[in-house]
Design a protein around this ligand. Structure first.
Ligand code: ADP
Length: 496
């Protein structure tokens, strides 16, 4: 349930509950009234709406029966058993019977009560004649309603009967019921209020408090916590968004820290890789100045070494500046459609002589349709091949004769180019990381191979710009295959 619905529901409960409770108490009280005050004539009078009529007519039926009995069977008014029966019926209606004959009490249904009101009742009824059916408010402290009927006994003597209804008992019962109702209502309203407060607290106040604490933590730079929220209301969504923001911020900060760490490592690697050839250059230059290179042959050898070392350094610096451009997306791409077999065949051809000089066997194998066209930026793709073949050379296994194979295979809408070597291989743990920038599997640099850790990051970036993918398959000590895909262009047609 969302927050809006919860608030509407809470308001409805708060407004409707008291109304319902009041109505229930009213109905309950009326029920009590209705229940107790059936007049016996198919008529029901409610004590709440017609209090006097209800009370005076409460014993209407008994009064009529007694009147009938007085005229038809007056002897019954001397029959104690019958009078007892009538009285017990009346007692259910908070009333009792009094029968008099010639000023003498024949029967008194409730002696204690009648003793209190007797004088006032007898005084009040003397002026009322032989019969009376109505309310007589007899006494301020013990109000009673009185019904009077005359009796002519078979022995010609006169008497009367009274039905006395004790209003105070009746009102007390009503009052008690009402008080019970009010207490129950208060308890119910209290219970509902507590439940609503707990509900609102659980769904709004507590999560807001959690968010406040979370915001403070983020402000303090602490992102190592979790904002939990399972519910799907507005606050739940806010918590989810907050959690997403925290994860995003943490990822960014972690990446930044990793990047800074990588850059530090790379600077230390590069400075080391520059220092080695620089020391060599300096040594050879000093040797020449000091006259150690005293023959033409020696001088040439020294100069060649200086040249090779300077070229190594240039390549390193080139790679760095190229990556900077690539990373800033400052490199324009000129895609063109070329024949895959001839383009990659030429690439391998270019390196063949140099590689053979370094004692490598190079093989080029194509398993694709010779007419297949691919869409590439020729210059950048050459750099990809250069880095892959360069790594195959750099990470050679000195114990075996070096072999490098370049193979083209069909891969649906792409051509897959695989560069395989029989070099030192890459460990399983390192494989997922080799395309990350500045990553070097041989962190301790024990192998003595120079590098920046950006050669394969460049490959990855260029291949992705070609909408292709890179893959690695390697076994330590056996060799490595690094492959990538490039999209095919439309087949070359005759004359195009
Ligand atoms: P580097 O400048 O260190 O060569 P690269 O990005 O080209 O950087 O390669 C990343 C790492 O992957 C290298 O440090 C090396 O450990 C590993 N690697 C790449 N190519 C090969 C390969 N053909 N054989 C063995 N290891 C390789």
């Amino acid at each position: 349930m969302n927050l809006q619905k919860k608030i509407v529901l809470s308001f409805l409960i708060m407004v409707l509950t008291p109304c319902t409770v009041i109505c229930t108490i009213g109905l309950l009280a009326m029920r009590i009234g209705l229940h107790g005050f059936r007049t016996g004539e198919g008529e029901t009078l409610a004590i709440l709406t017609q209090p006097v009529a209800a009370v005076t007519r409460l014993t209407h039926m008994e009064y009529n029966e007694l009147n009938t009995a007085a005229s038809v069977y007056p002897d019954r008014f001397e029959n104690g058993k019958w009078l007892e029966e009538v009285n017990s019926g009346l007692s259910e209606k908070y009333s009792y019977l009094v029968v008099e004959k010639e000023g003498e009490d024949i029967f008194v249904g409730n002696g204690k009560s009648f003793g209190i009101v007797k004088e006032a009742v007898l005084g009040a009824i003397t002026s009322r004649g032989a019969a009376f059916d109505g309310a007589i408010y007899v006494n301020g402290k013990n109000p009673v309603f009185v019904k009077l009927g005359s009796v002519n006994y078979p022995d010609e003597k006169e008497g009367f009967f009274l039905i006395i209804t004790e209003a105070s008992v009746l009102y007390n019962r009503l009052y008690n019921s009402f008080m019970v109702g009010v207490i129950l209502a208060c308890l119910l309203i209290g219970l509902i209020a507590v439940s609503l407060i707990a509900w609102i607290n659980a769904s709004i106040i507590r999560p807001l408090e959690e968010l406040r604490v979370a915001t403070r933590r983020i402000g303090e730079g602490n992102l190592n916590f979790k904002v939990n929220r399972e519910k799907n209301d507005e606050i739940g969504q806010l918590c989810n968004d907050f959690e997403e923001m925290r994860v995003h911020l943490k990822t960014q900060i972690d990446q930044k820290e990793q990047y800074e760490q990588d850059v530090r490592e790379m600077i230390s690697n590069v400075s080391h890789d520059l220092k080695t050839p620089l020391t060599a250059i300096k040594g050879y230059a000093e040797g020449m100045l000091d006259g150690v290179a005293d023959t033409e042959e020696r001088r040439n050898k020294y100069l060649k070494t200086i040249m090779v070392k300077a070229t190594d350094m240039t390549l390193l610096v080139d790679e760095l500046s190229f990556y900077a451009k690539l990373d800033n997306n400052k490199l324009p791409y000129n895609f063109e459609k070329v024949n895959a077999v001839s383009y990659f065949g030429d690439c391998v051809e270019e390196y063949a002589v140099e590689l053979e000089m370094k004692d490598f066997t190079v093989k080029f194998l194509s398993e694709i349709d010779p007419e297949t066209m691919v869409v590439v930026d020729c210059e950048q793709m050459r750099r990809v091949m250069n880095n892959l073949i360069g790594n195959a050379v750099k990470y050679r296994n000195e114990e075996v004769h070096g072999e490098i194979g370049v193979k083209l295979t069909d891969s649906g809408d792409s051509v897959r180019i695989s560069v395989t070597d029989n070099g030192i291989g890459i460990s399983k743990e390192a494989q997922p990381h080799i395309f990350e920038r500045f990553y070097r599997a041989d962190k301790s640099r024990t192998s003595g191979r120079a590098g920046t850790g950006i050669g394969l990051a460049i490959v990855d970036k260029i291949v992705k710009e070609h909408k292709g993918r890179v893959f690695v398959k390697s076994e330590q000590g056996k060799g490595t295959t690094i492959s990538f895909t490039v999209k095919k262009g439309a087949m070359k047609t005759n004359g195009s």
